[in-house]
Design a protein around this ligand. Structure first.
Ligand SMILES: C=C(O[C@@H]1C=C(C(=O)O)C=C[C@H]1O)C(=O)O
Length: 368
């Protein structure tokens, strides 16, 4: 391109981009046709009236990982995987439009998690409470639900853990989301006149030190979600909301302070709940609930089989069981799939020792 004017160089490069786009278009269409044929094959082998399982989280995890392994740049792996996430989302929607319930209203981090996991081609349905998401999935009104389960700053989301005790639900995926909170106001609020700040209790807690330092005398009001907080301040005078980017955009608010979470690595883990068990991918996690008799050494007995079989635990959470005073249930997450022989063996031993053991599911470790 030596000797070419800038203008000519741009023209030539854009011509090349146009022709690459045409090829990409053709390839994406060919991929989509393949997915349509996959749908026919999935349907073919089943008796009439039985709905096939179109969504295959284990396959999607593999596709994303494969792309990240092959990627040579200049786009980084996550960026490339996000693009492929959307292509797969659109392909899957051709096979079957998925409906996913999340903790609403629109603009919550849970909605952001749903889109991060399934892509934009799913129909996402807001629910008012965590329990409603479980019920909606159990009733078959949606195929999947997305619920928050733990935050790196504030710990377990107890509503979610308790809902697992009440509903038979299979965990078929996890999503991790970096949580950035901003202080948001509507157009009627002057930044020096803020007398009240709304947010979800978890978000207020995640920004506690920042609020103490910058707005020590401002009233903190906990509401059902940070999207709800954003919605409220839109029409209110002299109040601010703590919420994320999606809620900020959705309600047309302005940011008066960005990334105000006390810990820069603040992140939340979400679970995908549904009714289908997921086959192994080689890089999986498993979640179980175990209830133990309250006798000395109970926890030690419970953990011993994991230790003996070299199973790597990633989380253990205790909740009071609802069925008897002073009995406890443990929520345990570990690496590996329930079909792995060593894990199967550990679970059998734990089953013998415990009052009850329930495997909530094995699922691919979050790829993105
Ligand atoms: C095409 C398939 O169906 C769905 C779409 C996928 C894709 O677009 O790559 C992957 C897994 C499934 O969720 C498949 O099962 O291979």
């Amino acid at each position: 391109m030596i000797g070419m004017s800038d203008e000519d160089q741009l023209k030539a490069l854009r011509k090349r981009i146009d022709s690459l786009d045409e090829k990409i278009l053709e390839l994406i269409s060919e991929r989509a046709q393949c997915a349509q044929t996959v749908a026919q094959v999935k349907q073919k082998s089943l008796p009439a009236g039985i709905e096939p399982v179109f969504y295959r989280p284990e396959r999607e995890a593999w596709v994303l990982k494969h792309i990240m392994e092959l990627n040579k740049g200049p786009l980084d792996n996550e960026e490339m995987a996000r693009l492929f996430r959307e292509i797969m989302s659109a392909c899957l929607a051709l096979e079957q439009p998925l409906k996913v319930a999340y903790l609403g209203p629109e603009g919550t981090f849970t909605q952001a998690a749903a889109i991060k996991h399934f892509g934009h081609s799913v129909v996402s349905v807001p629910m008012a409470a965590i329990d409603e998401i479980f019920r909606e999935v159990a009733a078959g009104a949606v195929q999947f639900g997305v619920v928050p389960v733990e935050n790196s700053t504030e710990g377990a989301i107890n509503h979610t853990l308790d809902s697992f005790l009440e509903h038979d639900m299979v965990i078929c995926g996890e999503v991790e989301l970096r949580i950035h909170h901003h202080l948001l106001v509507g157009e009627n609020t002057k930044t020096d006149k803020i007398s009240r700040v709304y947010s979800h209790a978890q978000s207020l807690a995640q920004c506690r030190k920042w609020l103490d330092a910058h707005y020590p005398n401002v009233e903190r009001v906990a509401v059902a979600s940070n999207a709800e907080a954003a919605k409220r301040v839109k029409g209110e005078w002299n109040s601010a909301a703590i919420a994320g980017d999606m809620a900020c955009e959705l309600y047309g608010l302005s940011k008066i302070a960005e990334k105000i979470e006390d810990r820069p690595d603040n992140s939340t883990r979400f679970l995908i709940i549904g009714s289908q068990m997921v086959p192994p991918t080689g890089d999986d996690k498993t979640s179980v609930i175990v209830s133990m008799r309250n006798k000395p050494g109970a926890l030690h007995h419970l953990l011993q089989p994991f230790h003996n079989n070299g199973v790597d635990l990633s989380r253990i959470e205790t909740r009071p069981s609802r069925s008897g005073k002073w009995t406890y249930v443990f929520f345990i997450d570990f690496f590996g799939h329930q079909h792995d022989p060593l894990i199967k063996d550990a679970l059998e031993k734990i089953n013998d020792e415990s009052v009850a053991l329930k495997v909530l599911g094995s699922y691919p470790k979050a790829v993105l």
